[in-house]
Design a protein. Sequence first.
Length: 137
Amino acid sequence: MSSPSVHEALIYIMVVTSAADRDMTDEELIRIGNIVRTWPVFVDFDDERLVDVARDCQMLLQQGDGLSRVLSVIRTVVPKRLHDTAYALSFEVAAVDLEMRLEELRILQLLREALAIEPPVVEAIERAAKARHRMLE
């Protein structure tokens, strides 16, 4: 498989986060689709390719050292200026069902480490996402 594009690596981040607990919920899949269609970072991405890119990521994950390979791809392909955006994508997917599972928390931790996201940036991203997903009751 050739090296993924930046768009593909960003989608890998969301797929890995969603699949962390081995249960990709409808809410998570819908959120990934909405992100790809609405976030400016994906403006040049053909969202018709989303399923194929997610499938490529799943195939990579199924290899023996799949998660390490995906994190390596992300670290290599995603430019430093987009590291905070990459973390925000991951957190958006993890937060969408209003429940953080241990597996998702672990993926977020690994991503923070792989991308060297500074603690104040992490806190700001997480607080903003939590505020967006908060409901009246």
